[in-house]
Design a protein around this ligand. Structure first.
Ligand code: GUN
Ligand code: FE
Length: 430
Protein backbone atom coordinates (compact mmCIF):
# COMPACT_ATOMS: atom_id res chain seq x y z
CA UNK A 1 0.00 0.00 0.00
CA UNK A 2 1.00 3.59 -0.50
CA UNK A 3 -0.54 6.90 0.55
CA UNK A 4 -0.43 10.38 -0.94
CA UNK A 5 -0.93 13.58 1.05
CA UNK A 6 -2.06 16.81 -0.64
CA UNK A 7 -5.27 18.72 -1.23
CA UNK A 8 -7.58 16.13 -2.82
CA UNK A 9 -10.45 16.59 -5.26
CA UNK A 10 -12.93 13.79 -5.97
CA UNK A 11 -16.62 13.33 -6.76
CA UNK A 12 -19.50 11.93 -4.69
CA UNK A 13 -22.08 12.34 -7.48
CA UNK A 14 -22.75 14.16 -10.75
CA UNK A 15 -21.05 17.56 -10.53
CA UNK A 16 -20.70 17.05 -6.76
CA UNK A 17 -17.06 17.58 -5.88
CA UNK A 18 -15.42 17.17 -2.49
CA UNK A 19 -12.22 19.09 -1.74
CA UNK A 20 -10.10 18.00 1.20
CA UNK A 21 -7.69 20.89 1.80
CA UNK A 22 -5.30 18.53 3.64
CA UNK A 23 -6.24 15.10 2.36
CA UNK A 24 -4.91 11.57 2.19
CA UNK A 25 -5.39 9.10 -0.66
CA UNK A 26 -4.53 5.49 0.25
CA UNK A 27 -3.89 3.13 -2.68
CA UNK A 28 -3.48 -0.62 -2.50
CA UNK A 29 -4.44 -3.91 -4.15
CA UNK A 30 -8.01 -5.20 -4.23
CA UNK A 31 -9.01 -8.90 -4.26
CA UNK A 32 -8.07 -9.14 -7.97
CA UNK A 33 -4.73 -7.45 -7.40
CA UNK A 34 -5.73 -4.16 -9.07
CA UNK A 35 -4.29 -1.05 -7.43
CA UNK A 36 -7.36 0.85 -6.23
CA UNK A 37 -8.19 3.69 -3.86
CA UNK A 38 -8.62 2.11 -0.42
CA UNK A 39 -9.56 5.31 1.37
CA UNK A 40 -9.77 9.03 0.68
CA UNK A 41 -10.45 11.84 3.15
CA UNK A 42 -8.98 14.22 5.67
CA UNK A 43 -5.34 13.53 6.56
CA UNK A 44 -5.95 13.94 10.30
CA UNK A 45 -8.74 11.33 10.25
CA UNK A 46 -7.10 8.75 7.99
CA UNK A 47 -3.44 8.94 9.02
CA UNK A 48 -3.89 7.02 12.33
CA UNK A 49 -5.78 4.21 10.52
CA UNK A 50 -2.95 3.79 8.00
CA UNK A 51 -0.01 4.50 10.32
CA UNK A 52 2.11 1.73 8.71
CA UNK A 53 1.63 2.95 5.14
CA UNK A 54 4.41 5.10 3.60
CA UNK A 55 3.21 8.58 2.66
CA UNK A 56 4.36 10.73 -0.24
CA UNK A 57 3.62 14.38 0.52
CA UNK A 58 2.90 17.02 -2.15
CA UNK A 59 2.71 20.29 -0.18
CA UNK A 60 0.70 23.03 -1.91
CA UNK A 61 -0.47 20.62 -4.63
CA UNK A 62 -3.89 19.22 -5.59
CA UNK A 63 -4.45 15.54 -6.32
CA UNK A 64 -7.39 15.05 -8.71
CA UNK A 65 -8.72 12.15 -10.79
CA UNK A 66 -6.91 11.61 -14.08
CA UNK A 67 -8.89 13.11 -16.96
CA UNK A 68 -10.97 10.97 -19.33
CA UNK A 69 -10.95 11.94 -23.01
CA UNK A 70 -14.02 10.41 -24.67
CA UNK A 71 -12.92 10.93 -28.27
CA UNK A 72 -9.52 11.48 -29.82
CA UNK A 73 -7.73 10.38 -33.03
CA UNK A 74 -4.12 9.31 -32.52
CA UNK A 75 -3.25 9.39 -36.28
CA UNK A 76 -4.26 13.06 -36.29
CA UNK A 77 -1.48 14.18 -33.97
CA UNK A 78 0.10 16.17 -36.82
CA UNK A 79 -3.24 17.27 -38.29
CA UNK A 80 -3.82 19.69 -35.38
CA UNK A 81 -4.10 23.23 -36.63
CA UNK A 82 -4.75 22.40 -40.30
CA UNK A 83 -7.12 25.06 -41.61
CA UNK A 84 -10.08 24.18 -43.82
CA UNK A 85 -13.51 25.39 -44.83
CA UNK A 86 -15.29 22.95 -42.56
CA UNK A 87 -15.26 19.22 -41.92
CA UNK A 88 -15.43 17.63 -45.38
CA UNK A 89 -12.60 19.65 -47.01
CA UNK A 90 -10.54 19.16 -43.84
CA UNK A 91 -10.95 15.38 -44.09
CA UNK A 92 -10.12 15.33 -47.79
CA UNK A 93 -7.20 17.76 -47.82
CA UNK A 94 -5.44 16.98 -44.55
CA UNK A 95 -6.83 14.06 -42.61
CA UNK A 96 -7.09 11.26 -45.15
CA UNK A 97 -3.71 12.01 -46.76
CA UNK A 98 -2.12 12.02 -43.34
CA UNK A 99 -3.75 8.83 -42.08
CA UNK A 100 -2.31 6.95 -45.10
CA UNK A 101 1.07 6.97 -43.39
CA UNK A 102 -0.16 4.62 -40.68
CA UNK A 103 0.07 1.59 -42.95
CA UNK A 104 3.73 1.57 -41.83
CA UNK A 105 4.16 -0.11 -38.41
CA UNK A 106 7.33 1.86 -37.59
CA UNK A 107 5.66 5.17 -38.25
CA UNK A 108 2.60 4.10 -36.23
CA UNK A 109 4.80 3.09 -33.31
CA UNK A 110 6.69 6.36 -33.38
CA UNK A 111 3.49 8.44 -33.33
CA UNK A 112 1.89 6.16 -30.71
CA UNK A 113 4.83 6.82 -28.38
CA UNK A 114 4.53 10.58 -28.79
CA UNK A 115 0.73 10.47 -28.51
CA UNK A 116 0.64 8.57 -25.22
CA UNK A 117 3.37 10.73 -23.74
CA UNK A 118 1.30 13.77 -24.70
CA UNK A 119 -1.85 12.35 -23.07
CA UNK A 120 0.08 11.76 -19.84
CA UNK A 121 1.81 15.13 -19.96
CA UNK A 122 -1.66 16.70 -20.10
CA UNK A 123 -3.08 14.56 -17.28
CA UNK A 124 -5.27 12.34 -19.47
CA UNK A 125 -5.28 8.79 -18.06
CA UNK A 126 -8.14 7.19 -20.02
CA UNK A 127 -9.03 7.77 -23.68
CA UNK A 128 -11.40 6.33 -26.27
CA UNK A 129 -9.26 6.56 -29.37
CA UNK A 130 -9.58 6.23 -33.13
CA UNK A 131 -6.61 4.56 -34.82
CA UNK A 132 -6.39 4.61 -38.65
CA UNK A 133 -7.93 2.03 -40.97
CA UNK A 134 -4.73 -0.06 -40.81
CA UNK A 135 -4.70 -2.86 -38.20
CA UNK A 136 -0.97 -2.16 -37.66
CA UNK A 137 -1.88 1.25 -36.25
CA UNK A 138 -4.07 -0.38 -33.60
CA UNK A 139 -1.34 -2.84 -32.61
CA UNK A 140 1.17 0.00 -32.24
CA UNK A 141 -1.14 2.06 -30.03
CA UNK A 142 -2.21 -0.79 -27.77
CA UNK A 143 1.39 -1.98 -27.37
CA UNK A 144 2.44 1.48 -26.22
CA UNK A 145 -0.57 1.89 -23.89
CA UNK A 146 0.16 -1.51 -22.38
CA UNK A 147 3.73 -0.43 -21.57
CA UNK A 148 2.28 2.35 -19.43
CA UNK A 149 -0.55 0.17 -18.05
CA UNK A 150 -3.04 2.74 -19.32
CA UNK A 151 -6.79 2.28 -19.42
CA UNK A 152 -7.28 2.90 -23.14
CA UNK A 153 -9.90 1.90 -25.68
CA UNK A 154 -9.19 2.01 -29.40
CA UNK A 155 -10.17 0.53 -32.72
CA UNK A 156 -9.35 0.22 -36.39
CA UNK A 157 -11.36 2.68 -38.46
CA UNK A 158 -13.89 1.08 -40.82
CA UNK A 159 -14.09 3.05 -44.11
CA UNK A 160 -14.76 1.10 -47.29
CA UNK A 161 -16.20 3.88 -49.49
CA UNK A 162 -15.90 7.60 -50.28
CA UNK A 163 -12.26 7.65 -49.24
CA UNK A 164 -9.02 7.61 -51.24
CA UNK A 165 -6.70 4.69 -51.91
CA UNK A 166 -4.40 4.10 -49.00
CA UNK A 167 -7.01 4.62 -46.30
CA UNK A 168 -10.05 2.91 -47.84
CA UNK A 169 -10.42 -0.65 -46.58
CA UNK A 170 -12.20 -3.66 -48.07
CA UNK A 171 -15.52 -4.70 -46.55
CA UNK A 172 -14.95 -8.37 -45.81
CA UNK A 173 -11.34 -7.99 -44.71
CA UNK A 174 -12.15 -4.97 -42.51
CA UNK A 175 -14.59 -7.08 -40.50
CA UNK A 176 -12.19 -10.02 -40.27
CA UNK A 177 -9.47 -7.63 -39.07
CA UNK A 178 -11.82 -6.06 -36.52
CA UNK A 179 -12.74 -9.41 -35.00
CA UNK A 180 -9.10 -10.51 -34.89
CA UNK A 181 -8.18 -7.27 -33.08
CA UNK A 182 -11.01 -7.76 -30.58
CA UNK A 183 -9.73 -11.24 -29.80
CA UNK A 184 -6.15 -10.10 -29.53
CA UNK A 185 -6.58 -6.98 -27.42
CA UNK A 186 -9.96 -6.61 -25.71
CA UNK A 187 -9.61 -7.14 -21.95
CA UNK A 188 -5.82 -7.51 -22.06
CA UNK A 189 -4.58 -5.62 -19.00
CA UNK A 190 -6.56 -2.36 -19.05
CA UNK A 191 -7.15 -2.23 -22.82
CA UNK A 192 -10.53 -2.32 -24.52
CA UNK A 193 -11.51 -2.64 -28.15
CA UNK A 194 -13.87 -0.20 -29.87
CA UNK A 195 -15.64 -1.10 -33.13
CA UNK A 196 -15.02 2.04 -35.18
CA UNK A 197 -17.15 2.83 -38.24
CA UNK A 198 -15.75 6.26 -39.18
CA UNK A 199 -19.14 7.81 -40.05
CA UNK A 200 -22.05 6.87 -42.29
CA UNK A 201 -20.67 8.35 -45.56
CA UNK A 202 -17.46 6.33 -45.37
CA UNK A 203 -19.09 2.94 -44.65
CA UNK A 204 -21.10 0.75 -47.02
CA UNK A 205 -24.34 -0.81 -45.81
CA UNK A 206 -22.59 -4.17 -45.68
CA UNK A 207 -19.82 -2.73 -43.51
CA UNK A 208 -22.26 -1.05 -41.11
CA UNK A 209 -24.27 -4.28 -40.92
CA UNK A 210 -21.11 -6.27 -40.17
CA UNK A 211 -20.10 -3.75 -37.50
CA UNK A 212 -23.53 -4.09 -35.88
CA UNK A 213 -23.26 -7.88 -35.93
CA UNK A 214 -19.88 -7.76 -34.20
CA UNK A 215 -21.30 -5.29 -31.66
CA UNK A 216 -24.06 -7.78 -30.85
CA UNK A 217 -21.63 -10.68 -30.67
CA UNK A 218 -19.22 -8.80 -28.36
CA UNK A 219 -21.42 -6.72 -26.02
CA UNK A 220 -18.46 -5.82 -23.79
CA UNK A 221 -16.57 -3.96 -26.52
CA UNK A 222 -17.11 -0.30 -27.25
CA UNK A 223 -18.50 1.30 -30.43
CA UNK A 224 -17.27 4.72 -31.54
CA UNK A 225 -18.26 6.92 -34.46
CA UNK A 226 -19.31 10.44 -35.47
CA UNK A 227 -22.80 11.85 -35.92
CA UNK A 228 -24.52 15.14 -36.76
CA UNK A 229 -21.36 17.22 -36.71
CA UNK A 230 -21.69 19.34 -39.83
CA UNK A 231 -24.53 20.50 -42.11
CA UNK A 232 -22.87 19.26 -45.35
CA UNK A 233 -22.18 15.89 -43.75
CA UNK A 234 -25.83 15.61 -42.71
CA UNK A 235 -27.06 16.49 -46.22
CA UNK A 236 -24.77 13.80 -47.60
CA UNK A 237 -26.24 11.18 -45.23
CA UNK A 238 -29.73 12.26 -46.27
CA UNK A 239 -28.81 11.57 -49.90
CA UNK A 240 -27.40 8.17 -49.01
CA UNK A 241 -30.37 7.19 -46.82
CA UNK A 242 -33.38 9.23 -48.03
CA UNK A 243 -35.77 6.94 -46.14
CA UNK A 244 -34.05 7.33 -42.76
CA UNK A 245 -35.78 9.49 -40.16
CA UNK A 246 -32.48 11.05 -39.15
CA UNK A 247 -28.71 10.57 -39.37
CA UNK A 248 -28.66 8.93 -35.93
CA UNK A 249 -31.41 6.51 -36.91
CA UNK A 250 -29.13 5.03 -39.61
CA UNK A 251 -26.83 3.78 -36.85
CA UNK A 252 -29.86 2.49 -34.95
CA UNK A 253 -30.98 0.48 -38.00
CA UNK A 254 -27.62 -1.33 -38.02
CA UNK A 255 -27.64 -2.12 -34.28
CA UNK A 256 -24.97 0.45 -33.45
CA UNK A 257 -26.73 2.25 -30.59
CA UNK A 258 -26.27 0.57 -27.20
CA UNK A 259 -24.46 1.05 -23.89
CA UNK A 260 -20.73 1.55 -24.55
CA UNK A 261 -21.52 3.18 -27.92
CA UNK A 262 -20.06 6.70 -28.08
CA UNK A 263 -20.89 9.22 -30.80
CA UNK A 264 -18.74 12.28 -31.25
CA UNK A 265 -20.35 15.71 -31.71
CA UNK A 266 -24.16 15.11 -31.58
CA UNK A 267 -24.65 18.78 -32.47
CA UNK A 268 -27.50 18.88 -34.99
CA UNK A 269 -29.94 16.49 -33.30
CA UNK A 270 -33.65 16.83 -32.65
CA UNK A 271 -35.51 15.73 -29.54
CA UNK A 272 -36.40 12.37 -31.06
CA UNK A 273 -32.70 11.68 -31.61
CA UNK A 274 -31.93 12.73 -28.05
CA UNK A 275 -34.62 10.40 -26.71
CA UNK A 276 -33.08 7.61 -28.81
CA UNK A 277 -29.65 8.22 -27.26
CA UNK A 278 -31.24 8.04 -23.85
CA UNK A 279 -33.38 4.94 -24.46
CA UNK A 280 -30.50 2.97 -25.98
CA UNK A 281 -27.93 3.97 -23.34
CA UNK A 282 -25.75 5.54 -26.05
CA UNK A 283 -23.40 8.38 -25.05
CA UNK A 284 -22.25 11.60 -26.73
CA UNK A 285 -18.65 12.84 -26.79
CA UNK A 286 -18.79 16.62 -26.68
CA UNK A 287 -15.80 18.11 -28.51
CA UNK A 288 -15.96 21.89 -28.14
CA UNK A 289 -12.50 22.92 -29.39
CA UNK A 290 -13.04 20.86 -32.54
CA UNK A 291 -16.54 22.22 -33.08
CA UNK A 292 -15.30 25.78 -32.73
CA UNK A 293 -12.23 25.17 -34.92
CA UNK A 294 -14.18 23.52 -37.77
CA UNK A 295 -17.18 25.84 -37.22
CA UNK A 296 -19.40 22.77 -36.87
CA UNK A 297 -21.82 24.27 -34.35
CA UNK A 298 -22.62 24.30 -30.65
CA UNK A 299 -23.62 21.30 -28.52
CA UNK A 300 -27.03 22.03 -26.97
CA UNK A 301 -26.49 21.39 -23.26
CA UNK A 302 -29.97 22.44 -22.15
CA UNK A 303 -31.69 20.03 -24.56
CA UNK A 304 -29.23 17.26 -23.68
CA UNK A 305 -30.02 17.63 -19.99
CA UNK A 306 -33.75 17.69 -20.63
CA UNK A 307 -33.45 14.45 -22.61
CA UNK A 308 -31.17 12.90 -19.98
CA UNK A 309 -28.69 11.02 -22.17
CA UNK A 310 -25.09 10.55 -21.04
CA UNK A 311 -22.32 12.77 -22.35
CA UNK A 312 -18.80 13.84 -21.48
CA UNK A 313 -15.94 15.92 -22.80
CA UNK A 314 -13.45 15.08 -25.51
CA UNK A 315 -10.58 16.78 -27.29
CA UNK A 316 -11.23 15.33 -30.78
CA UNK A 317 -7.60 16.00 -31.68
CA UNK A 318 -6.81 16.71 -34.58
CA UNK A 319 -10.11 18.49 -35.35
CA UNK A 320 -9.70 19.64 -31.76
CA UNK A 321 -6.93 22.10 -31.05
CA UNK A 322 -5.50 20.88 -27.75
CA UNK A 323 -4.72 17.80 -25.68
CA UNK A 324 -5.27 19.86 -22.53
CA UNK A 325 -8.45 19.09 -20.58
CA UNK A 326 -8.28 22.67 -19.27
CA UNK A 327 -8.63 24.05 -22.78
CA UNK A 328 -11.48 21.65 -23.50
CA UNK A 329 -13.35 22.59 -20.30
CA UNK A 330 -12.97 26.30 -21.07
CA UNK A 331 -14.25 25.80 -24.62
CA UNK A 332 -17.21 23.86 -23.20
CA UNK A 333 -17.94 26.84 -20.97
CA UNK A 334 -17.91 29.21 -23.97
CA UNK A 335 -20.26 26.89 -25.85
CA UNK A 336 -22.64 26.63 -22.89
CA UNK A 337 -22.86 30.41 -22.84
CA UNK A 338 -23.89 30.42 -26.53
CA UNK A 339 -26.83 28.16 -25.66
CA UNK A 340 -27.92 27.77 -29.31
CA UNK A 341 -28.96 31.41 -29.22
CA UNK A 342 -31.79 30.83 -26.73
CA UNK A 343 -30.75 29.62 -23.31
CA UNK A 344 -27.23 30.73 -22.52
CA UNK A 345 -26.13 28.94 -19.39
CA UNK A 346 -23.02 29.17 -17.28
CA UNK A 347 -21.81 25.62 -16.78
CA UNK A 348 -20.51 25.36 -13.24
CA UNK A 349 -16.85 24.52 -12.67
CA UNK A 350 -17.73 21.29 -10.84
CA UNK A 351 -19.99 20.30 -13.73
CA UNK A 352 -17.26 20.95 -16.33
CA UNK A 353 -14.65 19.05 -14.31
CA UNK A 354 -17.04 16.12 -13.71
CA UNK A 355 -17.80 15.93 -17.44
CA UNK A 356 -14.10 15.36 -18.11
CA UNK A 357 -13.55 12.82 -15.28
CA UNK A 358 -16.22 10.81 -13.45
CA UNK A 359 -19.01 11.88 -15.82
CA UNK A 360 -17.05 10.83 -18.87
CA UNK A 361 -16.23 7.53 -17.15
CA UNK A 362 -19.93 6.97 -16.50
CA UNK A 363 -20.75 7.70 -20.14
CA UNK A 364 -18.13 5.09 -21.14
CA UNK A 365 -19.65 2.50 -18.81
CA UNK A 366 -16.68 2.80 -16.45
CA UNK A 367 -18.31 4.49 -13.45
CA UNK A 368 -16.50 3.54 -10.25
CA UNK A 369 -13.62 2.15 -12.32
CA UNK A 370 -11.79 5.26 -13.57
CA UNK A 371 -12.30 9.05 -13.44
CA UNK A 372 -12.72 9.26 -9.69
CA UNK A 373 -10.82 8.58 -6.45
CA UNK A 374 -13.56 7.09 -4.30
CA UNK A 375 -12.70 3.77 -2.66
CA UNK A 376 -12.65 0.98 -5.23
CA UNK A 377 -11.65 3.19 -8.19
CA UNK A 378 -8.48 2.38 -10.09
CA UNK A 379 -6.49 5.26 -8.69
CA UNK A 380 -5.09 7.08 -11.74
CA UNK A 381 -4.48 10.67 -10.67
CA UNK A 382 -2.81 13.96 -11.49
CA UNK A 383 -0.81 16.22 -9.21
CA UNK A 384 -1.78 19.79 -10.04
CA UNK A 385 0.42 22.74 -9.16
CA UNK A 386 -1.93 25.70 -8.73
CA UNK A 387 1.11 27.99 -8.70
CA UNK A 388 2.48 26.81 -12.02
CA UNK A 389 2.38 30.32 -13.49
CA UNK A 390 2.60 33.71 -11.77
CA UNK A 391 -0.96 34.64 -12.74
CA UNK A 392 -2.35 31.28 -11.58
CA UNK A 393 -0.54 31.61 -8.25
CA UNK A 394 -2.02 35.08 -7.79
CA UNK A 395 -5.52 34.11 -8.90
CA UNK A 396 -5.82 30.79 -7.01
CA UNK A 397 -4.54 32.43 -3.81
CA UNK A 398 -7.57 34.74 -3.95
CA UNK A 399 -10.14 31.98 -4.54
CA UNK A 400 -12.80 32.18 -1.83
CA UNK A 401 -14.64 28.97 -2.73
CA UNK A 402 -14.07 25.64 -4.45
CA UNK A 403 -15.89 26.90 -7.55
CA UNK A 404 -13.64 29.96 -7.73
CA UNK A 405 -10.55 27.79 -7.39
CA UNK A 406 -11.66 25.30 -10.06
CA UNK A 407 -12.74 28.05 -12.42
CA UNK A 408 -9.37 29.80 -12.11
CA UNK A 409 -7.67 26.51 -13.03
CA UNK A 410 -10.05 25.95 -15.98
CA UNK A 411 -9.66 29.46 -17.39
CA UNK A 412 -5.91 29.86 -16.87
CA UNK A 413 -4.78 26.23 -16.94
CA UNK A 414 -2.89 24.10 -19.44
CA UNK A 415 -0.21 21.39 -19.41
CA UNK A 416 2.00 23.51 -17.13
CA UNK A 417 -0.35 22.72 -14.21
CA UNK A 418 0.12 18.97 -14.49
CA UNK A 419 3.19 18.35 -12.38
CA UNK A 420 2.83 14.57 -12.37
CA UNK A 421 0.50 11.91 -13.75
CA UNK A 422 0.30 8.67 -11.78
CA UNK A 423 -1.08 5.49 -13.35
CA UNK A 424 -2.28 3.26 -10.55
CA UNK A 425 -1.11 -0.04 -12.02
CA UNK A 426 2.28 1.28 -13.09
CA UNK A 427 3.42 3.82 -10.50
CA UNK A 428 4.71 7.18 -11.62
CA UNK A 429 4.41 7.91 -15.35
CA UNK A 430 5.64 11.41 -15.85
N1 GUN B 1 -16.11 12.64 -39.29
C1 GUN B 1 -15.57 11.58 -39.95
N2 GUN B 1 -14.25 11.49 -39.70
C2 GUN B 1 -13.95 12.50 -38.86
C3 GUN B 1 -12.74 12.93 -38.24
O1 GUN B 1 -11.66 12.35 -38.40
N3 GUN B 1 -12.83 14.02 -37.44
C4 GUN B 1 -14.00 14.67 -37.22
N4 GUN B 1 -14.01 15.73 -36.41
N5 GUN B 1 -15.14 14.31 -37.80
C5 GUN B 1 -15.12 13.23 -38.62
FE1 FE C 1 -13.47 12.82 -34.31
Amino acid sequence: MKAYRAAILYFTGPAQAVYEADGLLVVGPDAQGRQVAQAVGAYTQLAPRFAEVPIEHFPGRIIAPGFVDMHIHYPQLDVIGSPADGLLPWLENYTFPHEKRFSAPDYSAQVATFFIAELLRNGVTTALTFASSHPESVNALFAEAQKHQLCLMAGKVLMDQNAPDGVRDETGQSLIDTEALIRRWHGVDRLGYAITPRFVPSCSEAQLRGAGELAAQYPEVWIQSHVAENKDEIAWVRQLYPEARSYLSVYEAFGLLRPRAVYAHCIHLDDEDRALLRSTGTAAAVSPTSNLFLASGFFDYASADRAGFMYGLASDVGGGTSFSPFHTMLAAYYVGRQGQGKEGLSLKPQQLWWQHTAGAARALGLEGVVGNLQPGCEADFVVINPQATPLLARKTAQAASLDELLFALIVLGDDRLIEKTVISQAGSAG
